[in-house]
Design a protein around this ligand. Structure first.
Ligand code: AMP
Length: 116
């Protein structure tokens, strides 16, 4: 993992702006800058973890809190009734472009399967 701050750490530190929709002690959520659906929010842990692959057993509580934060965001943005998708891209083949664990919460349209 590189020592330099990721764009998401800069958002956590309020060094660059983001359209923040949710924050709690452990997580932050903000609108994706290139939305792929009518609602596209990223939910991130405030502590830097690179991705799902780098989670350790001791991260169990944080990982659960991240998932619950995604649920809270979906409720807050009124996606829960219609449904939505939660995605974590991991590594090169997974299409991950920012090396800070994040969940994409996508909603407001019918999702397709399989993803590209
Ligand atoms: P991934 O490709 O899964 O790593 O997702 C990274 C996401 O971060 C992409 O959907 C980008 O559009 C989004 N993104 C990159 N920079 C920003 C930013 N400054 N504010 C909000 N979203 C961003």
């Amino acid at each position: 993992m590189s020592d330099s701050k990721t764009i998401f750490e800069k958002i956590i530190a309020r060094e660059i702006p983001a359209d923040i929709v949710y924050e709690d002690e452990h997580c932050l959520a903000f609108h994706d800058i290139q939305p792929q659906a009518p609602v596209h929010v990223l939910v991130i842990p405030k502590r830097r973890i690179e991705n799902v692959a780098s989670l350790e057993d001791g991260d169990q509580e944080m990982a659960g809190k991240l998932l619950l934060a995604a649920r809270n965001v979906a409720r807050q943005l009124e996606l829960a009734d219609r449904g939505y998708r939660v995605v974590a891209n991991c590594g090169n083949d997974g299409g991950q472009s920012v090396d800070h664990l994040h969940l994409h919460v996508l909603g407001g349209r019918q999702m397709k399967w399989p993803p590209g």
